[in-house]
Design a protein around this ligand. Structure first.
Ligand code: C2E
Ligand code: CA
Ligand code: CA
Ligand code: CA
Length: 279
């Protein structure tokens, strides 16, 4: 940096400018993306670790930008949250997810639960619960087939109003999961207080199995504790056979990860399930 004569402040300012510039790009383009069909929902299979059968899907947003190509959610979700665009986008994702579950049922693949991610910002929408109820109704999907992946911070730091919305979603019959379990300040005792059905162990605990003894201890303890609380456990980010073997040995219920499948488009998903109806 010294070589081209810049000091720390200049470098810092340039980095900030680049970031501001990128944000502006996303902001200006994301609105159009939603109306111009540039957004697409990909689906990643979740498998029962006992039988290997497909039990559900996680809906993951992708942005297919005409010039920039595929943009992953980490690069635009935060801007969508700041601008509030996540609210209409989230409703669109929910509808797509319901349709895919219906489509798989119509193809004779049975009941496949589809999970969508909800960020805390979506709970600032007073119409969140009403719109989800309307989507389920219009798409005629049994509510238990829609799962909501919620963050620890939403449940722990949410306002009374947020907690009420979560309770109403639960009362509609939706399945509620706590996503990225272990990355926040989740004290295990908190789990009892929330109306959740599922916890998803974050990939950061899975990725160093079987090398990291601590991660293995934590993971097996979390599974045992969740089962005592009658919660189902999903492990995310399974990439190796050794990780799978460990999780099966400790009776983890469901797994998701590149070892099985990457997130794929609904078209690819249907093709894939046609070829291997029950793996
Ligand atoms: P997440 O909810 O924790 O989703 C899991 C992420 O891990 C996904 O990244 C998925 O593609 C990735 N993944 C799955 N299996 C593996 C694996 O075996 N190895 C590795 N290295 N990664 C794996 P993705 O699709 O880039 O999504 C990132 C985040 O963006 C999600 O994290 C979620 O927080 C957010 N997101 C995605 N779609 C939506 C959406 O529709 N609404 C909202 N509010 N957030 C979304
Ligand atoms: Ca998730
Ligand atoms: Ca997750
Ligand atoms: Ca995660």
């Amino acid at each position: 940096a010294k070589a081209n004569g810049k000091n720390q402040v200049q470098i810092f300012t340039e980095a900030l400018n680049a970031e501001a510039h990128y944000k502006l790009f996303v902001e200006n383009n994301l609105r159009r993306a939603l109306t111009q069909n540039e957004l697409e929902v990909y689906y990643q299979p979740k498998l029962c670790l006992k039988t290997g059968q497909l039990t559900g899907l996680e809906a993951l947003l992708r942005w297919l930008h005409p010039e920039k190509g595929m943009i992953n959610p980490d690069q635009f979700i935060s801007v969508a949250e700041e601008t509030g665009l996540i609210i209409p986008i989230g409703k669109w994702v929910a509808r797509q997810a319901c349709r895919v579950s219906q489509e798989l049922a119509a193809l004779g693949m049975g009941e496949v639960q589809v999970a969508i991610n909800l960020s805390p910002k979506q709970f600032t929408d007073p119409d969140l619960v009403g719109s989800i109820a309307a989507i389920l109704d219009e798409e005629q999907l049994p509510p238990h087939l829609l799962e909501l992946e919620l963050t620890e911070s939403l449940l722990l730091e949410g306002t009374d109003d947020t907690r009420q919305q979560v309770a109403r979603l639960k009362a509609l019959g939706l399945t509620l999961a706590m996503d990225d379990f272990g990355t926040g300040y989740s004290s295990l005792s908190y789990l009892k207080k929330f109306p959740i059905d599922v916890i998803k162990i974050d990939r950061s605990f899975i990725k160093d199995i079987p090398e990291n003894q601590d991660d293995m201890e934590i993971t097996s303890a979390v599974i045992a504790m969740a089962h005592n609380l009658k919660l189902k456990v999903v492990a995310e980010g399974i990439e190796t056979a050794a990780q799978l073997a460990f999780l099966r040995r400790h009776k983890c219920d469901v797994g998701q990860g590149y070892l099985f499948d990457r997130p794929i488009s609904s078209r690819e998903l249907i093709e894939r399930l046609r070829r291997y109806p029950c793996r």
